[in-house]
Design a protein around this ligand. Structure first.
Ligand code: ZN
Ligand code: ZN
Length: 275
């Protein structure tokens, strides 16, 4: 499997000189499992992924899009994804129901109305199919399995674990590792080859007024993944919009040294990680 990061920033996209290394786009991760294309989240980073897919011109695009949740930093780029506007393309869009039980399609549809955006999801010309996911295990066919887990956040968020060819990639964002429900994340991540984990804050920042905001820390990401027996790769993710490249590089180095996991990186926009 290959994992490519198109956006690793949390909360809001940023475009400053001191964010060019790790990138300023909000959450979007591309996963290749054999021939399968999986996209997790549609933050502003999905626009660049769309441009890249259009440039490749290898025939119709067929992909599964998994939305962790519908907070703006995770869906803002959805209707800027060019492959949605080409006929023969096919997308299956998956996500959790809202707290009130609204289907993922309805929550998205309710946001992309003319008061907030010039076009709605009825403007898409590609074939789309929307699926509500609960906690569980889904056989996606072709040897691909996805497991889902509800995380700790002010809105329902699904963590995803993709398993293919004996390898596994798990994504945990947005999630508050200090909440009691974090205990359920440990078995969910058990032995995963690559984990992408919400690390918006340092522990010190978290305990200085960020409790209850639904995010984790570098320390929380390491503690949870190590308890889950993750050995190979941990990617810090959902970087704080105020965090500069210099600060992020220093934190990446500091926490990599403290961890027993072989590769510990702060996720970088455009970087590819092989699993
Ligand atoms: Zn977020
Ligand atoms: Zn959120």
């Amino acid at each position: 499997m290959f994992v490519r990061v198109w956006g690793a920033r949390g909360s809001i996209s940023v475009a400053r000189e001191d964010t060019v290394v790790y990138g300023g786009h909000t959450t979007c991760v591309e996963i290749r499992a054999g021939e399968r294309l999986i996209i997790v989240d549609a933050g502003s980073g999905i626009r660049s992924l769309g441009k890249s897919l259009m440039a490749q011109e290898k025939g119709p695009v067929d992909a599964d899009i998994f939305l962790s949740h519908t907070h703006l930093d995770h869906i803002a780029g959805l209707l800027m994804f060019e492959p949605f506007f080409k006929k023969k393309n096919v997308f299956r869009i998956h996500g959790p129901r809202s707290r009130s039980g609204k289907a993922i399609k309805d929550t998205i549809e309710a946001f992309f109305v003319h008061d907030y955006w010039p076009i709605g999801i009825s403007s898409l010309t590609a074939a789309t199919e929307w699926r509500d996911l609960e906690e569980g295990t889904y056989d996606m066919g072709g040897g691909l399995t996805v497991k889902t887990l509800l995380l700790e956040h002010p809105a329902p968020v699904l963590g995803y674990r993709f398993e293919y060819g004996g390898k596994s990639v798990a994504l945990v964002f947005d999630h508050e590792s200090y909440a009691p429900g974090n205990a359920r994340v440990i078995p969910f991540l058990q032995g995963a080859d690559l984990v992408v984990f919400d690390s918006q804050y340092t522990e010190e920042e978290y305990f200085n007024g960020k409790q209850g905001w639904g995010h984790s820390s570098f320390e929380g990401a390491i503690a949870t993944t190590e308890k889950a027996g993750v050995k190979k790769t941990l990617l810090f993710f959902h970087h704080d919009p105020d965090r500069t490249d210099e600060a992020l590089a220093a934190l990446e180095k500091k926490y990599a040294k403290k961890s027993t996991i072989e590769h510990v990186y702060a996720a970088k926009e455009n970087a590819v990680y092989e699993v």
